[in-house]
Write a protein that binds this ligand. Structure first.
Ligand code: SF4
Ligand code: SF4
Length: 353
């Protein structure tokens, strides 16, 4: 698999202001994206006035969270203690997993970092636009924080973006504490958080056995489905790695396709997988998805709420579905009876009334 260039991601592209050197460089190399991006940039901002969900009191709750993330994302790295503490990889792995959960993570896994887990070039922050990514640590500690079902089931209302923001903040704080701790022990460590990633978190999580990637490109965990946010700490402290796990999501997504039907942006492919970047998988149309975000004023999240696995499918079904069409059909039936087209809570959260 080829490394992904962060400059091609939607949030990076939206930062290129007309007349700047990044704008000139990017659209010289990608002229076909210029008109699409100029048009997207002209739309109201997420959480901004003019979007469908804008509320002058509630929308700034999420905005304030993202401003906070923007303020702290320069602290992802730091000085490493010169007095390295000797550790036993087995004991340390167990300790790190317990500690990460104590800090607030619901799931944690460890993997050896592969080249394609890292972006090739940076793009999200203009000060390092075009810098090659070469800060490569050997291990990735990847963790998930659960997002509240009652908030996500209100997608695409403002509750969804508030919950997503909370997930990013929790993941960022866990990663900061953990990476600082590992540097205190004398080992290189870097936190990867909203606005300052060198890695593609779902790819790291897939390899560490946290879940599998679904039709809409998001990680599906057995425990919480897609109702999670991910954080990653890369480090060179010696650790024991976890195994990747195939519990049957690709086969399930082939017969389900629910997210492709409910997506308001028609951004999720309906058909079978295709060969993309050396992998047989689906790929969403990121421009169509993002356009919906700028129109709704939240990051939508309808596909997250729609996915049966986000709605607590009984664990005996999830654990035994690989290779069993019969169990997969049982899950679809369970989901249809319990959630219908999708579980949607129309009533606003008490806090936001
Ligand atoms: S977030 Fe919304 S628009 Fe984007 S892929 Fe999911 S359902 Fe579609
Ligand atoms: S809704 Fe269905 S098709 Fe979409 S990711 Fe979830 S399981 Fe896969």
């Amino acid at each position: 698999m080829k490394r992904i260039d962060e400059r091609d991601t939607m949030f990076a592209r939206m930062n290129y202001k007309k007349g700047t050197k990044e704008y000139k460089d990017y659209y010289k190399r990608n002229p076909e994206k210029k008109e699409i991006d100029d048009n997207l940039r002209s739309l109201p901002n997420i959480c901004g006035e003019g979007t469908a969900t804008f509320n002058p009191i509630h929308s700034p709750i999420a905005d304030a969270g993202f401003k906070f993330l923007g303020d702290i994302n320069k602290y992802v790295d730091g000085e490493v203690n010169k007095n390295k503490v000797d550790i036993n990889p087995d004991t340390m792995t167990k300790k790190i997993k317990k500690l990460t959960k104590y800090f607030g993570a619901n799931l944690v896994g460890i993997t050896k970092m592969k080249d394609y887990h890292y972006y090739s070039y940076r793009g999200r922050q203009l000060e390092n636009y075009g810098d090659e990514v070469n800060n490569i640590n050997k291990y990735g500690i990847v963790f998930a924080v659960e997002m509240d079902k009652n908030m996500i089931n209100r997608a695409p209302q403002v509750e969804e973006v508030i919950e997503v923001t909370k997930g990013y903040i929790n993941a960022a704080v866990i990663g900061m504490w953990l990476s600082n701790y590992l540097r205190e022990l004398g080992y290189n460590s870097r936190n990867h958080m909203d606005g300052n990633y060198l890695v593609i978190a779902p790819l790291v999580a897939l390899e560490a056995g946290l879940g599998e990637i679904g039709r809409n490109g998001l990680l599906i965990t057995k425990e919480y489905g897609q109702r999670i946010r991910l954080g990653v700490v890369t480090t060179d402290i010696p650790l024991i790695t976890d195994e990747k796990e195939d519990f049957g999501i690709k086969e399930f997504c082939k017969i389900c396709g629910k997210c492709a039907r409910t997506c308001p942006g028609k951004a999720i492919p309906k058909g079978d997988t295709k060969e993309i970047n050396g992998e047989n998988r689906w790929q969403i149309n990121q421009e169509d998805c993002y356009r919906m975000w700028r129109s709704l004023g939240t990051d939508c999240g309808i596909c997250i709420a729609t996915c049966p696995f986000s709605q607590d499918v009984p664990s005996d079904l999830v654990n035994n579905m690989k290779g069993s069409k019969n169990i997969m059909k049982k899950i679809l039936k369970w989901d249809e009876e319990k959630n219908g087209i999708r579980n949607y809570i129309r009533k606003p959260l008490d806090l936001l009334k």
